[in-house]
Design a protein around this ligand. Structure first.
Ligand code: GRF
Length: 219
């Protein structure tokens, strides 16, 4: 099977991008990272992608003012030029129009640092601590026009600690992100993710009856 051609869209440091690039180096990985595309020329992830030998491009949203569709047409041009089949948003901080989202329906995924549908939006870790949840995590999901929504492909969780700070919790969730994003891209590129009634079904998913209890119950 030829590898599926994936692009990663970033705005910043690109640690999830780096995790995807690292995973895609494996000869049996079903996707190749054919483009890293940033909306900010100073996105730190661009240098890391270039150093890894991945083609990079910048479409600076600032040059388009309020013309969101113009910006997205330019994005689409870069994706077309590289014959991209799957788009992975990885810390891409622009809202996308329904035109672009519809163009990539079922082929564009995002990672969000919370267990959706809880804590959509920003500052998820501080909000999770403030809400007093005991379990928190990250979600890979298909992108639909509504922000941080869309069918869930894969989630990972960590226990929230009594003395957690947003930064400490973010670091533990980020480690989860770096595991689940490559795993979700693998599932999608292998053709194992099917959408039915707004939910994802995963071919060959292993049942897992382990429990995560937080706090751990002693004795
Ligand atoms: C991650 O926490 C991701 O879940 C969120 O934005 C952050 C991006 O981090 N969407 P990085 O650029 O991948 O390091």
């Amino acid at each position: 099977m030829p590898k599926r051609r994936a692009a990663i869209l970033i705005s910043g440091r690109g640690s999830n991008m780096a995790a995807l690039i690292a995973a895609a180096r494996a000869s049996d990985f079903p996707a190749e990272i054919a483009l890293v595309l940033a909306n900010r020329p100073q996105a730190a992830g661009l240098a890391a992608a270039g150093a890894a030998g991945i083609p990079t491009a910048v479409v600076d949203h600032a040059g388009f003012g309020q013309d969101r569709e113009g910006f997205e047409r330019a994005l689409q041009g870069e994706l077309d030029a590289r014959r991209i089949e799957i788009v992975c948003l990885a810390g891409f901080m622009r809202l996308l129009t329904t035109w672009f989202v519809a163009r990539w329906e079922g082929r564009m995924i995002n990672i969000h640092p919370a267990l959706l549908p809880a804590f959509k939006g920003l500052d998820t870790h501080a909000r999770a601590i403030a809400a007093g949840v005991k379990i928190h995590g990250a979600t890979v999901h298909f992108v639909i026009p509504e922000m941080d929504s869309g069918p869930i492909i894969l989630q990972g969780a960590v226990a929230v600690r009594e003395d957690d700070t947003a930064d400490a919790l973010a670091a533990r969730v980020l480690a989860v992100e770096h595991k689940i994003y490559p795993a979700a891209l693998r599932l999608l590129a292998e053709g194992r993710v099917h959408l039915a009634d707004g939910r994802c079904r995963i071919d060959g998913a292993c049942p897992d009856d382990r429990m995560l209890l937080a706090p751990a119950i002693g004795g």
